[in-house]
Design a protein around this ligand. Structure first.
Ligand code: ZN
Length: 445
């Protein structure tokens, strides 16, 4: 097939190749073929003419529906070139995907180029400590007392062995601090909630944690309260947010200027904004298409996360707009998961970032979970430092009314602990009533 119409080797041509290969060679997409207006049409229009790929679709059709028919899946599995790898998340989100290590490694390496400090670390042999849930994800599992030798995989150390950081205790925190000091990682990659807890406990115990060259926050939304605690234990250490998933590889990396650039080396991103009246129209859900994957055809996959498009349209001061291969998105922020949306008194969606930015004003907050039970009714569970207890209790209702509307009824409940969900991830906000997310988003006309 010729892609000259989109410019040979350009980002658009690579997107067109991914589209054409998926539609013609991956059986799941057979029913999408008639919806494609064809190669004489601009590539963005072709993509936006197609439906959205859901986790449910993947679960029902993997592996056969998504492996290119010109590849021999049986031989791929037998040689270890591909494997089925379970993703993380809640029971309803979990599924297995087709994993190709070489593609993943390339996606990770290219994603790191988007930030100079991260690129420096990845340009050399580096040690990396990964602080997150020990729940089995990918091919790793390190729950319970496991000797350090069994928690080192190549250049990676996994210090945490407990499902719930609330059960760490002093001995556990000291062990992890000692392991970090011994392993001397250049990079700490962390779930922000876990690293925040570790930071808070090391400060409380008067320990001076080992300082890496760079901290990468990933796995879940980096709350302001968590970043604040991390900043106290790791003052002056560059901290970068990286966004991706097991299904899509590395999608966005935060640059030195604080914006998020798309990793055009391994993916395309389409954004479906909130419809008028349903939420901020600069915010939308991301639909990811993987590029140059040798086996697995992922087209317009709804990962379940939201981003904010840039409002000024000025080039980013880091100079990376368009990337090295051209095209690609630069977004203002990652706004949190779709499932963590709550709704204001006008029924408009409130992203986790909007809520979290507002709650950032409560300095003593250590953790929270906002539960919306009805259009104007909220339960705010929280944990706070002992010294900020009454101040925090006073601040929360006003903050929530500033976000949700002055008629919001807010009940507050101070907890001794708020643990992660079974998936190992924390849930900062949720509704306890059902709503239909498909009604919230629309494609550009
Ligand atoms: Zn930038």
């Amino acid at each position: 097939m010729a892609y000259g119409a989109y410019g040979n080797d350009s980002y658009d041509a690579r997107c067109a190749l991914a589209l054409d290969r998926a539609l013609s060679l991956a059986s799941f997409y057979g029913k999408w073929k008639n919806l494609d207006p064809g190669p004489s049409i601009p590539i963005d229009t072709r993509f936006s003419s197609l439906p959205v790929l859901t986790k449910k679709d993947l679960r029902a059709w993997i592996p056969d529906g998504f492996v290119y028919s010109d590849k021999d899946a049986k031989a791929g599995f037998a040689s270890g070139d591909i494997e089925l790898v379970p993703t993380s998340g809640t029971a309803s989100e979990r599924l297995s995907i087709i994993w190709n290590q070489a593609w993943w490694d390339r996606s990770e390496r290219e994603g790191a180029r988007i930030n100079a400090a991260l690129d420096r670390a990845f340009s050399q042999n580096h040690r990396e400590a990964v602080l997150t849930t020990p729940v089995c994800a990918g091919n790793l599992c390190h729950v319970g007392d496991v000797p350090i030798e069994e928690r080192i995989l190549g250049n990676l150390l996994f210090p945490n062995q407990r499902m719930d950081p609330d059960s760490w205790g002093e001995k556990e925190v000291r062990r992890m601090a000692e392991e970090l000091a011994r392993f001397q990682p250049e990079v700490i990659e962390a779930d922000p909630a876990y690293l925040a807890r570790f930071s808070f406990e090391t400060m409380r115990l008067g320990l001076a944690p080992f300082q890496p060259d760079i901290i990468v926050l990933t796995y879940e939304y980096p709350s302001r309260m968590h970043r604040r605690q991390i900043g106290r234990a790791f003052p002056g250490i560059p901290t970068v947010s990286s966004y991706g998933s097991t299904e899509t590889g590395h999608v966005f990396t935060q640059c030195e200027a604080g914006l998020f650039h798309q990793n055009t080396a391994s993916c395309r991103v389409d954004v479906q904004p909130f419809g008028a009246g349903r939420g901020d129209e600069k915010v939308g859900r991301i639909l990811v298409t993987t590029l140059d994957h040798p086996w697995f055809a992922l087209l317009r996959f709804d990962v379940g996360d939201l981003v904010r498009l840039r409002s000024d349209g000025e080039p980013c001061s880091c100079g990376r707009d368009g990337g090295r291969t051209g095209g690609g998105l630069t977004v203002e922020s990652i706004e949190g998961r779709t499932r963590d949306l709550t709704f204001d008194s006008a029924g408009r969606a409130v992203t986790l970032k909007r809520l979290d930015d507002a709650l950032g004003a409560a300095e003593g907050l250590l953790n929270y979970r906002i539960e919306q039970s009805a259009p104007n009714r909220f339960l705010a569970r929280y944990t706070a430092t002992t010294e900020s207890e009454s101040e925090t209790a006073d601040a929360i209702p006003d903050i929530l009314r500033s976000v949700y509307g002055q008629n919001a009824e807010v009940e507050i409940r101070r907890d001794s602990a708020i643990g992660p969900e079974q998936s190992g991830k924390y849930r900062l906000a949720r509704t306890i009533f059902d709503w239909n997310q498909e009604e919230l988003f629309h494609d550009a006309p």
